[in-house]
Design a protein around this ligand. Structure first.
Ligand code: UFG
Length: 330
């Protein structure tokens, strides 16, 4: 198939593009390089530099595009509170314009990067897709709005268009060869920050609260290896290509390992993998953080046939560590 990956110069998008190339597909990456990196675009993919909404007609109008994986997004939870317009325009308006272009050019399938942040503070754990969606931040609200929009476009398109929204939990780890991983200019994620301590790039890691209602008092998250995440996108495309999208043409699937690890457990794993003592100090809770976020991935397993291969936390951290060290070594 010929597939377009928006955001393919970013962390998840570049790994998805690599998996698609490895599976023998032709890949076009669309990225404005505002947060992505040109050298992260896998060799073998064609790069079109530009805003997704601005270049969609050019890329899709050329014809022959079998599907789009839409990863391009604004994705900093904290920033979304300070700059809501950036998120409503960048995530919602852009995606509506992309959906219009998909319809204009009769592109039959879309896989969308959604997020666990659509659920907000969960009432039950693990979280299933029919759990209430009450996002606690603007980022999650924009992704939820897009999920709704995709559902209505799919329902109105009959069998001509199908879509899968994948709700990512905490994506981590790195793709080994070529080495592709997390390189955010503004880093907010736990594992890369902890590894920066091991690399001597920061003195200590702040633990955001130790008074949560969890076994050790620190927040629990569901860490999923980026290679497992990428594989789910390929399976979603396969499902759509077989014409097996559910009634209404839109499937929503959580993607996580189904196992939660606390912040302290993550820091311990990083100590084991790196051999560095990694000083840590307890800091106040971070605004908008839920205490526990763990996915039920039963639907992804049943509908997509997806089974994560790299569920071991030390393995996930070790891959992130290899990537961080290779970057630090230049
Ligand atoms: N944490 C710390 N110290 C830090 C950074 C993070 O203790 O310096 C904690 C957080 O409080 C949280 C856990 O580590 O409990 C993981 O935090 P991340 O920032 O790595 O990830 P989040 O769970 O906040 O966010 C992830 C994605 C978001 C998505 C969200 C879904 O990065 O895009 O899951 O809820 F919205």
């Amino acid at each position: 198939m010929t597939l377009v990956v928006t955001g393919g110069a970013g962390y998840v998008g570049s790994v998805c593009a690599q998996h698609l190339l490895d599976a023998g597909h032709d890949v076009v990456v669309v990225d404005d390089l505002s947060t992505g990196h040109e050298d992260a675009v896998p060799s073998g993919a064609r790069l079109v530099v530009g805003d997704v909404a601005e270049v969609a007609d050019e890329v899709l109008g050329a014809g022959g595009v079998d599907g789009v994986i839409h990863c391009a997004a604004r994705s900093l939870v904290g920033e979304s509170a300070e700059k809501p317009a950036k998120y409503w325009h960048g995530n919602v308006v852009t995606t509506i314009r992309l959906l219009d272009a998909l319809r204009r050019h009769e592109v039959p399938r879309l896989v969308f990067s959604s997020t666990a942040a659509t659920y907000g503070e969960p009432e039950t754990s693990p979280i299933t897709e029919d759990a209430p969606t009450r996002p606690t931040n603007t980022y999650g609200a924009t992704k939820l709005a897009v999920d709704h929009a995709i559902g209505t476009y799919a329902a109105a398109s009959g069998r001509a268009f199908g879509a899968v929204s994948l709700r990512y939990f905490n994506v981590a780890g790195a793709h080994a060869a070529p080495t592709l991983g997390e390189r955010h200019t503004v880093e907010t994620h736990l594992i890369p920050l902890v590894l920066q301590v091991a690399l001597g790039q920061r003195d200590e890691i702040a633990i955001f609260g130790d008074d949560w209602p969890t076994a050790d008092g620190t927040c629990v998250r569901d860490y999923i290896h980026v290679d497992d995440l990428a594989e789910a996108h390929l399976l979603a495309l396969d499902l759509l290509a077989r014409g097996e999208a559910p009634e209404g043409g839109h499937l929503v699937c959580n993607l996580g390992n189904g196992t939660g690890f606390s912040v302290l457990e993550v820091i311990e794993a990083c100590r084991r993998v790196t051999g560095h003592p990694i000083p840590a100090r307890v800091a106040p809770r971070r605004t908008g953080d839920p205490g526990v976020l763990v996915a039920s991935s039963a639907r992804a397993r049943d509908e997509l046939g997806w089974k994560p291969a790299h569920t071991d936390l030390d393995r996930i951290v070790a891959d992130a560590w290899d990537f961080a060290r290779s970057r630090a070594a230049g």
